[in-house]
Design a protein around this ligand. Structure first.
Ligand code: ZN
Length: 111
């Protein structure tokens, strides 16, 4: 039985991590490194954050899948915890479904 070379597997993992980092950077750049909520620089408290609009809870990951939950449209550049809370739409079913529909439409276009 032939096993895949560990090196190839390792490269794949690294590339995925790089893609995620590039995606994060692209989201911050598109927002001009400003907090989506308060419009202050995202790093005003030290570390810029990408907040999940639909929270990345175990239940939501199970319901919607990681591709929806970690999609760029579900991520908002914010400066800190208070602004992080302000982008949450976990408790608003209609807003949540609209966002999921929008992400699915974008994913379909990109496929
Ligand atoms: Zn803010």
């Amino acid at each position: 039985m032939i096993h895949p070379a560990p090196r190839i597997k390792h490269d794949g993992i690294c590339r995925a991590a790089l893609d995620r980092e590039a995606e994060r950077e692209a989201i911050f750049a598109a927002a001009l490194y400003r907090c989506e909520v308060c419009r202050m620089p995202v790093n005003r408290y030290g570390t810029a954050q990408l907040a999940h609009r639909i929270p990345a809870t175990v239940a939501n990951l199970k319901k919607y899948g990681a591709e929806i939950i970690h999609h760029r449209l579900n991520l908002a550049p914010v400066c800190g915890l208070r602004c992080n809370d302000a982008v949450l739409i976990g408790g608003d079913p209609q807003a949540r479904e609209e966002l999921v529909d929008r992400i699915l439409a974008v994913k379909e276009k990109e496929a």
